[in-house]
Write a protein that binds this ligand. Structure first.
Ligand code: ZN
Ligand code: ZN
Ligand code: FE
Length: 759
């Protein structure tokens, strides 16, 4: 008896267009002898298949297990269908509006197949720096509108040659419907220029670029999401020149090496680091330095880590074959400005930094900086989530209203929600100059367009002076909901962990506007999506000079010292105090005593700064969080003693920094090494926070603890606290999908606004 012939319809939702999904379905159907068809629809891909039960089931299983690397399946709905007995399997042509899935793939690294062709002398694309296929290459950065089709991308200027067109039209070809498909005959090209905009005629611009870098020149290189500035990482003089011209004094510079063997020459690479480095997203990964190493000491001064990535475009691969241990590949901008993407703009803005320019004629429509990830406590921790990851959404538990969340001030990203998905933008940057502010507005317009969303609600930070807040308040005809900064942090972490609260939320960062007008940043909250209350916080301490105290941690040190010792401060024998001019010190103390321009803060970030300055690490910072980071880096992890600490019960528990500061000073007086003091300081905080969580659990019966805020970029604190809390049987939730710093805050803003609006 013949097996029963059945028909099924499968609706696949997710990132399934422009990623080789239909050819994959076509091949899979043929493999199992199924007839039917596959088509793009407005919500994804729809498949009709006919055959026997066993083959239909194998087909459905392989669909989820073996899909192409860039596809991301959210859900598959299956229905029984009426048999139509047509022969064969075909790919239906998508017609205009029918193909309107809003899920666009991120830009990902060159795939293995393309890399093989790139270095294969017999291949027609041998050495072609724009080789790509459906499994790899640019996406998000080259589209201007949807549907994702060539005319809507910056590839529209290039007409495919007959050979490329044949590949594009052939469902059996790896380049079937690969929108950026191109070759040396028909596609984009590179060209070399000097910084006066004069073309340099050479046979091979990439080989010449490698030569120039070897000679110590700085070359601006147009990449996937923007320009990089490249120098030889082993050339001290070149690195120094780059720092000087870019006005980047001390912030670490990112490196790129040809392969893992090169990276292992100067860093320790664990197995999980390895899989992160080689992933298609190719982020910058923070890796522990090997000492000694041949990399210039100016790449990441006073840091135990290098930020390193593998090449992700064919152009990078061609450049790095010229035997560099590593190239500096830092973003092509003047410090704090958005990175340059446009050739003309690059000459204008980078002409005083770079000696030469390696440019190309494939336009970048939306810039996207390199992502930065660190492995910590067994998970990936985003420091910056951008190229390679954006615009993959964070999937929510439920449908929510359509919201635009404007993010914070520093490390700004924005979030737009649609149905069950929250789309975080690429890294926008610090909203403190006009160029970044313009980029913020452009990104909002761009994302609304490609997601086809006109948000009904807008969420913004409570800080009245954030540029993102000011922009939000200017918009007309939309509901605006202010969200407290630390509440947003906690809800962001709850959302990516798919919990709703209430939970105990440890929200620790540098700065956030509090509901009482003070500057918060050391907050233990009881929070759910809609509301929060403060369960505990660090006692308020004056910040002499406001933001000047952030740039000058010595001012915070003086403030904490004055709080702990009063006028006895003058008798302390601390190297820090000897480095400060006595008159200046007097002025600062006057400011503290008389509360002149000295706002109150409960910030844990500032306490880290203050302790870093007291132990003599640094008096001023070149970038936000630098002193705190160096305090973490200096810690001797073998030390396990702790300091006295103190908190005062009440409606809201107040944590006093006083005993900790006194003990740090005592250690300094006894000549104890900063590495030991730092370790003790970290351990004290871990013990203190665990104890407070236990106290709060007793009162509230809440057993879930959520950790969020920029301070948790500190791996020593994060790892130690997770393990201490878990030892006390707490359920601990942390960030692994979006940054714990302000780069992830827009997600929480959106969810709080949704909950507030609903009620
Ligand atoms: Zn490829
Ligand atoms: Zn071609
Ligand atoms: Fe924050």
């Amino acid at each position: 008896m013949p097996e029963e012939h059945l028909a099924r319809r499968l609706k696949v939702n997710g990132i399934v267009q422009g990623v080789g999904f239909r050819p994959f379905v076509y091949n899979l159907a043929n493999q199992y002898n199924l007839s039917g068809e596959v088509a793009n629809t407005s919500s994804g891909v729809t498949i009709h298949v006919e055959g026997n039960l066993k083959d239909l089931e194998s087909f459905a299983r392989d669909l989820t297990e073996k899909h192409p690397p860039l596809a991301h399946i959210v859900e598959i709905e299956q229905y029984d269908e009426v048999v139509n007995n047509r022969k064969g399997f075909r790919i239906q042509k998508s017609e205009g509006a029918a193909a309107m899935s809003t899920l666009i793939s991120p830009d990902v690294s060159i795939c293995e197949d393309c890399r093989r062709e790139l270095f294969d002398r017999r291949d027609r694309r041998y050495g072609y720096p724009f080789i790509n296929c459906t499994n790899c290459g640019p996406r998000y950065t080259i589209i201007n509108d949807i549907p994702y089709d060539r005319p809507k991308t910056s590839m529209k200027h290039f007409k495919m040659c007959p050979q490329c067109q044949a590949e594009y039209d052939d469902p059996n070809n790896r380049r079937f419907h690969a929108q950026p498909n191109a070759c040396d005959t028909c596609g984009p090209h590179v060209a070399l220029y000097d910084n006066q905009c004069h073309p340099i005629q050479v046979h091979d611009p990439i080989v010449e670029t490698a030569n120039l870098i070897k000679q110590g020149y700085i070359v601006a290189i147009k990449g996937l999401g923007g320009f990089h500035l490249a120098v030889d990482a082993e050339n001290d003089q070149a690195v120094a020149a780059l720092r000087k011209r870019k006005h980047r004094e001390e912030k670490p510079l990112a490196l790129m090496s040809f392969d893992l063997d090169f990276i292992r020459k100067f860093t320790e690479v664990s197995e999980s680091d390895e899989s992160l480095l080689t992933s298609i997203q190719r982020p910058i990964v923070l890796l522990r330095k090997k000492e000694p190493n041949s990399i210039s000491p100016q790449i990441a001064p006073r840091n135990r880590y290098f930020g390193v990535m593998l090449p992700y475009t064919p152009l990078h691969y061609l450049l790095l074959t010229h035997d560099f241990t590593a190239l500096v590949m830092t973003s092509g901008n003047l410090s704090e400005e958005p990175i340059a993407i446009d050739n003309e703009d690059a000459f204008k803005r980078l002409g005083n930094i770079a000696d030469y320019f390696l440019i190309h004629n494939r336009d970048i429509y939306l810039r996207s900086d390199d992502s930065i990830v660190r492995r910590s406590s067994g998970s990936n921790r985003f420091i910056r989530r951008s190229r390679g990851y954006v615009p993959v959404p964070v999937f929510l538990k439920k449908d929510i209203a359509s919201i635009l969340a404007c993010g914070a001030e520093l490390k700004n990203t924005i979030c737009i929600t649609k149905g069950k998905m929250a789309f975080l933008s690429q890294h926008i940057g610090d909203l403190e100059n006009l160029a970044t502010y313009e980029f913020f507005r452009l990104t909002i317009r761009h994302m609304k367009r490609i997601l086809e969303v006109e948000p009904e609600i807008m969420a913004h930070d409570m800080h009245p002076d954030y540029l993102s807040t000011r922009w939000a308040l200017k918009q007309q005809g939309i509901v605006k909901i202010p969200v407290q900064h630390h509440h947003a942090h906690i809800v962001s972490a709850m959302t990516e962990n798919k919990i709703e609260g209430p939970a105990i939320g440890l929200s620790f960062d540098g700065t956030g506007y509090g509901t009482d007008g003070a500057i918060w940043g050391g907050e233990i909250l009881i929070a759910d999506e809609k509301k929060f209350s403060r369960a505990a916080h660090f006692a308020y301490t004056p910040m002499p000079g406001g933001t000047a105290a952030i740039k000058n941690p010595w001012r915070m040190a003086v403030s904490y010292l004055y709080d702990a010792f009063g006028e006895d401060l003058w008798n302390l024998n601390l190297p820090l105090l000897q480095t400060i001019d006595a008159k200046k010190l007097k002025v600062i103390i006057q400011m503290i005593v008389k509360r002149v321009n000295s706002p109150d803060t409960s910030s844990l970030g500032r306490l880290f700064d203050g302790v870093a300055a007291i132990v003599g690490l640094r008096n001023y910072v070149a970038f936000e969080g630098q002193a705190a980071m160096e305090l973490e880096m200096t810690a001797d992890v073998a030390v396990d003693a702790i300091y006295d600490y103190e908190w005062h019960a009440g409606d809201i528990i107040k944590i006093s920094p006083r005993p900790i500061i006194r003990e740090v000073v005592k250690d300094m007086h006894q000549g104890i090494d900063p590495s030991v003091i730092s370790a003790r300081f970290h351990r004290t905080l871990i013990k203190l926070f665990t104890e407070l969580c236990q106290v709060i659990r007793k009162e509230t019966t809440l057993n879930r603890v959520v950790l969020s805020g920029g301070v948790f970029q500190n791996s020593l604190l994060l790892t130690g606290l997770i393990s201490a809390l878990e030892k006390q049987s707490f359920e601990v939730f942390t960030h692994t999908l979006v940054p714990t710093n302000d780069g992830g805050i827009c997600l929480g803003q959106a969810m709080v606004a949704n909950a507030t609006y609903r009620s």
